[in-house]
Design a binder for this molecule. Structure first.
Ligand SMILES: *Cc1c(COP(=O)(O)O)cnc(C)c1O
Length: 242
């Protein structure tokens, strides 16, 4: 596990994102690469930081908080190594208090009750929290996220919460064998974001579209993703039994 392979993987991904931007007439700055470091040690996060990455994604609150703490310890000059931590996995209401002041963006808000809990904890900590509304775009029973028919209603309900700022939408597309098969889901997400954006709801910004992973991030960029969440292609495969 040498540093070179993370750096090389990142160089390849950078090229692929750039090419997808070129194909679709987008500027590279419109797309944020989030390195998904779940199950991977803080030392690998640091290697990716040394290659220029500042945004990292974790899907579990405890792992995010522990790694954030560990990274602070590894970095001699904390201000030089500031990380933006993205919570991308399902969030339980009883974990909200640990993460509201740790994550720069919570990608996975899919109910009013969860947003209300975030509002409550943000008030206690006197902070504001940026969130995305997660949409179950493939209508899969196994996945979290609000049904796409209910997304507008949820955005309307969450919008008045003063400490919870909606920045856009997020989706985990169904697992497919060919990246092309993800395209209709990404197109549907783009359409949904545009629909909500044109409503110009007070307090709602609909700029971000978090979609695309190792298997399909190029297609996601072509279809308008502003954030891609890539784990395996940067850090290698994950072993959940360690
Ligand atoms: C793990 C995970 C990713 C990254 O998946 P890869 O296929 O390893 O790139 C992206 N988004 C979410 C929500 C995840 O849980």
């Amino acid at each position: 596990m040498s540093e070179t392979y993370i750096r090389e993987n990142l160089e390849q991904i950078e090229k692929r994102i750039q090419a997808a931007c070129d194909r679709s007439g987008r500027a590279r700055e419109e797309v944020l690469l989030i390195a998904v470091s779940k199950t991977k040690p803080a030392s690998m996060v640091r290697e990716a930081m040394e290659a220029g990455i500042r945004d990292f994604g974790e899907n579990k609150v405890q792992e995010l908080c522990e790694k954030a703490e560990e990274i602070k310890g590894l970095t001699e000059r904390p201000e030089a190594g500031a990380i933006n931590w993205h919570l991308i996995g399902h969030l339980q209401r009883n974990k909200v208090k640990y993460v509201v002041d740790q994550a720069c963006l919570i990608h996975s808000v899919d109910s009013l009750r969860l947003a209300e809990e975030i509002q409550k904890e943000a008030a206690k900590k006197d902070c504001h929290v940026d969130i995305l509304i997660e949409v179950n775009i493939g209508d899969e029973e196994s996945k979290s996220g609000v049904a796409k028919e209910e997304a507008v209603g949820l955005v309307r309900a969450v919008a008045p919460l003063s400490r919870v700022h909606i920045k856009g939408l997020m989706a985990v597309a169904p697992i497919v064998s060919e990246p092309e098969e993800s395209r209709p889901y990404f197109q549907e997400m783009f359409r949904l974001r545009e629909e909500i954006r044109f409503m110009e709801l007070p307090g709602v910004e609909m700029r971000e579209l978090s979609m695309g992973m190792t298997g399909d991030f190029e297609v996601a960029v072509e279809e308008g993703a502003t954030m891609v969440r890539v784990g395996t292609a940067i850090f290698g495969g994950r072993n959940y039994n360690q």
